[in-house]
Design a protein around this ligand. Structure first.
Ligand SMILES: O=P(O)(O)OC[C@H]1O[C@H](OP(=O)(O)OP(=O)(O)O)[C@H](O)[C@@H]1O
Ligand SMILES: NC(=O)CC[C@H](N)C(=O)O
Ligand code: SF4
Ligand SMILES: [Mg+2]
Length: 456
């Protein structure tokens, strides 16, 4: 995933970006970075690990400026190394420019080959760098240069670009990844999620539209235009299932509200089910379990202690780290679960790293019967747009039927929210504006052998 943010026209820009990145930490734990711009001088600070590590560095605290952008990385292209930590800052014909990116470029290899033939020298190995080359090689008015670059790139990209005091927010024509516009006093904020704007004390104004480029200078929107007309929006539905914060607004409702509806609709799918209690797998299963409990009337209980110092398991960059996190992350409370028939709700099974361990732990703690319930359909395909859902052979639901998974996990029943209900929970009754590719195998862009996909 990755979280991006930009703030302009504030002497506190860097501090606000740092605080915003902490609010977006759930979108990427591997590296963090901030570019600060002031008095015609731009400087970028990057480090591996969490945002807290970056903000404690003295160098960052000494640099002043009135505009800043920041990034937290969840690697979905090339390696998780400092060299690929964002922002990427360059010096080019347009002056100093810095870019942060959320998403994956599906024609990366083709673009990189084309740029290499033109003489480009790459300093990073991830896909994001192609934007910098395309910008540097294009002449004219800066916002138009950004637009021209974007029109050559395919796939998923929400971008924040900084040049001197000009802040630009831009979103690919499909709107795969979120990007919002907010206001705080005399400053504009651009961020991946509305929660990051609100935590800073700002007001969420609106989403940046698919294909839109918003140009901000000195506390004013000086231009908003489209680099391409969006034919059909395809925003990632997994953002609402798993990635985003429950207090962020998406499609006119909080993610919390969407997850509560997922739980409510699951309870309707399972009408008549009997159990002693409904339990979430924290964190992401929380609101779906609450919604299920309210609809079914079955008692809601928190039966797991979640260790918050370990971060999220699914977004860790290697299987040994995912295994270790899943092992240490959840511990059942014996007095809650012992001797009980339990409905356990999580958001998704991807590799199955979490669920097998979690269910074994529940049994060891004395759970009598377990009904395992997921607030999305089985994930049967890879993501090409910025989420590391692995290739098919590592996706448990791509290789086994529901009953085989049920037996493998050792639960009484296994139920997935159906596609119709997931879409309904996320956006009410309106038109389908979501990418559901990894659930349906129907992707919004052409997928071929040349489509860039590099798992990690
Ligand atoms: O089948 P898997 O490959 O294990 O992936 C899915 C699990 O991982 C996630 O939790 P995670 O720990 O990442 O985040 P959370 O604590 O925010 O819910 C997700 O909520 C599932 O529980
Ligand atoms: N998941 C993302 O948004 C990652 C952005 C970019 N593709 C990278 O790997 O750095
Ligand atoms: S393929 Fe799945 S994870 Fe990727 S953008 Fe589409 S819905 Fe989201
Ligand atoms: Mg979870």
């Amino acid at each position: 995933m990755c979280g991006i943010i930009g703030v302009e026209n504030s002497k506190d820009a860097a501090t606000l970006v740092a605080a915003g990145l902490m609010t977006l930490q759930h979108r990427g734990e591997e590296s963090a970075g901030i570019t600060i711009s002031g008095d015609g001088n731009m400087k970028t600070f990057r480090s591996m690990g969490l945002v807290a590590r970056l903000v404690n560095s003295d160098a960052l605290n000494k640099h002043e400026g009135t505009a800043a952008i920041g990034h937290v990385r969840y690697t979905t292209s090339a390696k998780s190394t400092l060299i690929n930590a964002q922002p990427f800052q360059i010096e080019c014909i347009h002056g100093q420019v810095s870019v942060v990116h959320n998403g994956n470029i599906t024609n990366f290899i083709k673009l990189r080959d084309m740029l290499l033939k033109k003489g480009a020298i790459f300093s990073h190995t991830s896909d994001t760098e192609v934007f910098l080359h395309l910008i540097a090689m294009s002449k004219g008015n800066f916002p138009n240069v950004v637009a021209k670059s974007m029109s050559l790139v395919e796939g998923a990209f929400s971008l924040v670009v900084l040049r001197d005091k000009t802040l630009i927010g831009a979103r690919d024509v499909h709107g795969f990844r979120p990007l919002v516009l907010g206001k705080l006093d005399n400053s504009y904020i651009i961020a991946s999620e509305s929660a990051a704007v609100e935590v800073l004390g700002g007001k969420y104004i609106r989403d940046i539209a698919p294909g839109e480029i918003v140009v901000i200078e000195n506390g004013k929107i000086v231009k908003s235009f489209f680099y391409k007309k969006s034919k059909k929006q395809s925003t990632c539905i997994f953002e609402q299932v798993y990635f985003s914060r429950p207090d962020s607004i998406m499609f006119g409702q909080t993610v919390k509200s969407a997850r509560m509806k997922m739980g409510q609709l699951l309870a309707r799918q399972m009408k008549g089910v009997k159990a002693d209690l409904v339990m979430p797998v924290p964190d992401t299963g929380y609101y779906a379990a609450l919604g299920f409990s309210r609809e079914s009337g079955i008692l809601f209980e928190q039966g797991f202690v979640r260790n918050h110092y370990l971060g999220r398991s699914f977004i860790k960059p290697a299987q040994n780290l995912r295994d270790l996190t899943a092992k240490l992350k959840l511990r059942p409370i014996r007095e809650v679960v012992s001797g009980k028939e339990i409905i356990v709700i999580d958001d998704s099974i991807v590799r199955g790293t979490t669920s097998r361990r979690m269910i074994n732990a529940l049994k060891e703690a004395g759970a009598k019967k377990i009904h395992f319930v997921l607030s999305c359909p089985p994930i049967i395909g890879s993501c090409y747009y910025g989420i590391d859902t692995p290739t098919k052979n590592h996706l448990i639901a791509a290789n086994q039927a529901t009953d085989q998974i049920r037996k493998y996990l050792g639960v009484e029943t296994l139920t997935f929210l159906n596609l119709h209900n997931m879409v309904k929970a996320c956006r009410g009754e309106k038109d389908n504006v979501f990418c559901t590719g990894c659930f349906t195998g129907k992707y919004p862009t052409k997928i071929s052998k040349d489509t860039y996909k590099e798992g990690c």
